[in-house]
Structure formats: C-alpha cells, structure tokens
Design a protein around this ligand. Structure first.
Ligand code: SF4
Length: 369
C-alpha cells in the first residue's frame, strides 16, 4: 500500500507544512526562480536518509525514495517524527480529513466517529495553495460541516487564490441553514461538488442506517436549500441489504423530488470500521442481484440524471454498465486479487479496497480474458 505517513526528523517545536523539491544537479538558477517559501530542496541522500533544506525548515526523510515524494506537500509533526502526505503530487486522490467528529453513526461507516478534534484548517489551506495545477482535492471526515465557518472560509480563500483548483466535499448534509447564504454565495459553487448520502426514499430506513432520528427530513430540507444556493450535488447511496430492494423506489423519488442533482452514485461497501463489524448483515452481492441496481440506474438516466457505480469490481457489473463504473478506489488503498491476473478489464477496473475480505462475497467474479 502507498504510505500516507512517512518518518522524518525535524528540529522544530511545532508542526509545519513543506513542499518537497528535487532538482537536477546544475539547475541552481532555475531552482532559485521556482522556489516558494514553503519549498524544501533535496541537498543530500545518504544511508541516514534524505536531507532537505529551505526557508520553511530543514528536514530529513527516512525510509522512502526522494523520487517518490517529489512535489508532495507534507504536514510535518516534529515531535512525533512523522509527516502526513497531505498532497501527493502524482496522485488524483488527495483528501484532507478535517475532523473525526460526526453527529451520525452510520451502520457501514468506514471512519467511525471520535470525539477528539484538532483544527488543522490553517495547514490544509497552506497545503491546498501548493497543490499541482488543476488538482481536485477531497474534503472528508467525520462531518466537515460541524466546522462550517472554518470550512467555508477555507474554500472561499483557496478557490479565490487558485482558480485552477476544485473540491469534492463529503458531508452528511445535516448542518446547512439559511445563514449559509452569504458564505455559500462567496464560494465558487462551479468548483465544489458536495457528496451527500441518501440511503432510501423511506425516512425510517434512512434514519435507521445513519443512526439518527429525523435525519431524512432534515436532509430533504437541506437538499432543497442547497439547490437554491446553486450547489452541485453528488447524491451517494451505499448499497446494502437494508436498502438494496428499495433502490427502484429511491430512483423514482430522486427523479421526482431531487431532479436537480448532478449525479447519483451507487456505491459498494468498504470493509473497514463499522463496515467490517456489520459486514455479514450488510454486504449485498450486486454481482448476483444486479437487477435492482440496473433498473434503478436505467430509470434515473431516462429522466436525464447521471448515475455512476463506485467501488464495483468491473467483472461484477454487466457489460452494458461498464462505462458507468469508473475506477474510484483511491490508489493508496486499491488492491487486486489472484483472479485478476491477465484480466483484460484490469486497466479500467478499480479492483478492491486493500482490506476487502479474502472471501470477497461476489458470486460472479473473475478475470475476463
Ligand atoms: S478480475 Fe480483477 S481486474 Fe478483472 S474486472 Fe474483476 S476485479 Fe477487476
């Protein structure tokens, strides 16, 4: 698995952000012109590590080849001797985990909520401003809108300073209100996609899945508000046994009550956190029971709504739907199986989450030669 946290040595009291730069020998002039105050440049590589120096601080990186982190933006924690790779320059899958707090307790949550919270928004802002040209950065939690003022301020500032960047914000949609008109209007909504879960058209089923009474009602109010605010919405539905057979009803509900969404994403489960604890009662074998998925997708698409399948191994999806199933599992947590060897679909397939069980649960699965 690609490491998101690496070992470092740094002589400082407090955390700081740096961008890692390597230059060919002899390119000193070019180097001076290209440097930003947050840049540290590679000076020396030895058996003890790779030494970087710069205005922002000097650090030694251990246990990873400098070529693998060139252009990365790190949040260095000197006391712990670690650095988090907030931005990996070669990756399309950079996400800032802004909090682990959440007011919902979803049955399949991959990141179960914790009470502890440290505000890292100033570091995220510095890191986003150093991101590669044209990057899309994910924002996730926990529930990011529990810290709405900081989140809105962050989005406004970064989007204004970097017209090339865009964001994908995962939120449970519970905390928007009328007071958000001002801050939401200052954010360029054309460059933010709000990923919001809706599990069922039946409020009781949705509320049971998210562990919060009244969540469905609040969500409907807030989706209407977001529509008026001009927000782009990706509605996300994790497929599970409690909601799978209600998908056709949900499709009809979306087409009639929520036709303004930009995309409806049906998602396979992730076997980690509560998802692992509840796997046996929740996992739905969509390779065998694709009919409800297919019908639901067909229904919304005939009404002009985009639909996508996220986290589905491609061989578990009937061929006519392959073009709707992009490789969505992030590079650092993606894995393939022995059965994938020689598979003709592998270049387009997102495979499995690294932690998906060995007994994968799909009755129809295997390499297409
Ligand atoms: S066999 Fe592996 S690579 Fe091929 S489609 Fe299935 S999961 Fe993807």
């Amino acid at each position: 698995m690609i490491p998101l946290r690496i070992k470092v040595e740094a002589n400082a009291d407090r955390p700081f952000v740096v961008r890692m730069r390597s230059f060919e020998a002899g390119a000193r002039q070019q180097r001076a012109e290209q440097l930003n105050p947050f840049d540290v440049t590679l000076e020396r590589v030895s058996s003890e590590g790779a030494d970087y120096v710069g205005e922002g601080g000097s650090i030694r990186v251990l246990g990873i080849d400098p070529s693998k982190i060139d252009g990365d933006v790190l949040l260095v924690n000197p006391r712990r001797g670690t650095a988090d790779r907030l931005i990996r320059s070669s990756s399309q899958h950079n996400t800032f985990l802004v909090t682990e707090r959440c007011d919902q307790v979803c049955l399949m949550c991959s990141q179960p909520p914790k009470q502890h919270h440290v505000d890292l928004f100033p570091y995220f802002e510095a890191a986003a401003l150093l991101a590669p040209e044209g990057a899309t950065i994910g924002i996730s939690g926990g529930e990011p809108t529990l810290f709405k003022a900081q989140l809105f301020g962050f989005l406004e500032k970064v989007l204004e300073a970097r017209p090339d960047l865009s964001f994908h914000v995962l939120t449970n949609g519970q905390h928007f209100d009328q007071d958000d008109w001002g801050p939401m209007n200052r954010i360029d909504q054309g460059r933010v996609l709000w990923g919001i879960p809706l599990y069922s058209s039946d409020p009781a089923v949705h509320d049971e899945i998210v562990g919060k009474t009244g969540a469905h009602t609040q969500l409907m109010e807030n989706l209407a508000l977001l529509c008026r605010l001009g927000a782009s919405i990706e509605l996300r539905t994790v497929l599970m046994r409690p909601n799978a057979y209600g998908l056709p009803q949900l499709a009809r509900f979306i087409a009639t009550a929520l036709p303004f969404i930009r995309i409806w994403a049906l998602m396979q489960m992730e076997n980690i956190g509560f998802g692992r604890m509840n796997w046996k009662i929740l996992f739905y074998d969509s390779s065998d029971g694709f009919d409800v998925v297919g019908q639901s997708i067909d229904f919304v698409r005939t009404r002009g709504i985009n639909a996508r399948l996220y986290n589905f191994p491609l061989c578990t999806v009937p061929e006519p739907y392959h073009h709707l199933a992009p490789a969505t599992i992030s590079d650092w947590k993606r894995a393939y199986r022995e059965e994938c060897y020689g598979c003709a679909l592998k270049p387009q397939c997102g495979g499995f989450f690294e932690w998906h069980p060995r007994n994968h649960g799909y009755s129809k699965f295997g390499a297409l030669q």
